[in-house]
Write a protein that binds this ligand. Structure first.
Ligand SMILES: Cc1cc2nc3c(=O)[nH]c(=O)nc-3n(C[C@H](O)[C@H](O)[C@H](O)COP(=O)(O)O)c2cc1C
Length: 389
């Protein structure tokens, strides 16, 4: 498959004239002549699912915001990309900025947005300057990008969660709120708000360039592959590509072999080699108790899965935003109990860890504590299997 979302990801930033040369902004020209409801229907038929981690059907989310009668409607682009191991959004923003801008124009038209706020992690200097340059180029060429406000914000992991991100944009601490209300009906300054991941929007032009039938067949998706492979990088493959094929594309193991793969960054439990033929799609991975997320982290055989899980538990204990006392206590307890196994591994300590993890599942304002507990629980349960070290 050609690099359809991100043609230039191979090496350099795509200029305006290069983007125009490959048909850039033609999808937007087509879309702006369409009724916004027709755009939403096309995206629904294409089956596009959000690329920020949860995989929620994009057009269904849009429908929730457009069914509210409102004088203002807000589109927020989520350029936080805080998931460890993920660098696909950053790469896209840096190297294919016009693809991102064209996608934003289409998304904004689809929901009839009055405000377009581009939240970007302020550590992404290259992405920020690339987008600023692209905004200038597109504006000089007469595309209506002057409504897009690029807003670099301080990075924290939780700031990528949509309600925390909205709070940050409103000048409040970047902490989530308890839903409902959902942003789709009551988000930024109380207005119906859609938060979409950068890649979700950047893929929109493809639907209108290549047609719905092509999109349904191919479902192009970006995968950040990192860890113990020979060629870590961003790969564009159809949704549903078997994991093994992606690992081969990334050059295979950089260590003697691969013992596990995290298919959703630190947020989803790992897959073992017997599952490497699994298609990378939401349903297949859910069936195996894990999920597709922002990054694919490969763990070689020479590493200890115990150390990796301790690092993940520490990460969550460090990154909790502090709003829910239960989340602060829960993530800390899990990290301490994981660390404690190093010197005291017996059925009692493992049992305590499993029951702590179970106690903290499905708790907290957002999914943060649940995610931390899920990872630790998977590890503790797997301790009964001889392959875990
Ligand atoms: C702790 C946490 C961190 C998140 N970080 C990000 C992020 O960095 N980028 C992102 O696009 N979505 C992130 N999300 C998901 C967003 O809340 C939201 O679902 C997403 O931006 C929606 O976009 P989509 O529908 O286009 O996928 C995070 C969620 C959680 C719970």
């Amino acid at each position: 498959m050609p690099f359809i979302i991100a043609e230039p990801l191979k090496d350099h930033r795509e200029s305006y004239s290069e983007y125009i040369g490959r048909g850039g902004y033609q999808a937007w020209a087509k879309v702006r002549a369409m009724e916004s409801a027709a755009v939403r229907t096309a995206v629904l038929s294409a089956g596009l699912r959000g690329r920020g981690g949860a995989g929620f059907p994009t057009a269904k989310k849009w429908e929730l915001a457009t069914s509210v009668d409102a004088s203002r409607r807000v589109l927020i682009i989520n350029g936080a990309e805080g998931e460890p191991g993920s660098f696909k959004d950053r790469t896209l923003m840096t190297l294919a900025p016009h693809r991102v801008l064209e996608g934003i124009l289409i998304g904004a038209h689809a929901i009839q947005a009055t405000d377009i706020l581009f939240y970007i992690n302020d550590q992404f200097d290259d992405s920020i300057s690339s987008l600023q340059h692209a905004l200038q180029e597109a504006e000089e060429a007469g595309w209506p990008v002057n409504t897009i406000k690029l807003l670099p914000e301080t990075h924290t992991y939780i700031a990528g969660e949509e309600t925390a991100l909205i709070n940050a944009l409103m000048g409040k601490p970047a902490q989530p709120w308890h839903k409902p209300p959902y942003p789709t009906t009551q988000g930024y300054q109380g207005h119906p708000t859609i938060v979409n991941n950068v890649e979700t929007l950047a893929v929109l032009p493809v639907i209108f360039e290549q047609g719905i039938a092509w999109f349904v067949r191919n479902q192009p998706m970006l995968f950040s592959v990192t860890g113990d492979v020979k060629r870590p990088g961003v790969y564009e493959m159809p949704l549903g590509t078997p994991l093994r094929q992606l690992l081969d594309l990334a050059g295979g193991p950089s260590q003697s072999s691969i013992q596990a793969v995290l298919p959703g960054g630190f947020s989803m439990p790992w897959l073992k080699p017997e599952h490497f033929d699994t298609p990378l799609d939401y349903e297949s991975l859910r069936h195996l108790g894990t999920g597709l997320g922002a990054s694919i982290i490969v763990i070689g055989n020479e590493r200890s899965l115990y150390d990796q899980t301790c690092q993940i538990a520490d990460f969550f204990a460090r990154e909790t935003c502090g709003k829910c006392p239960l989340c602060v206590r829960g993530t800390r307890t899990l990290a301490e109990q994981m660390a404690g196994l190093a010197n005291n591994l017996n059925p009692d300590t493992v049992g305590t860890l499993v029951s702590s993890a179970k106690k903290f599942r499905h708790k907290g304002i957002c999914s943060f504590l649940d995610t931390a507990a899920h990872m630790v629980e998977e590890y503790a349960v797997a301790l009964n299997t001889p392959t875990v070290s």
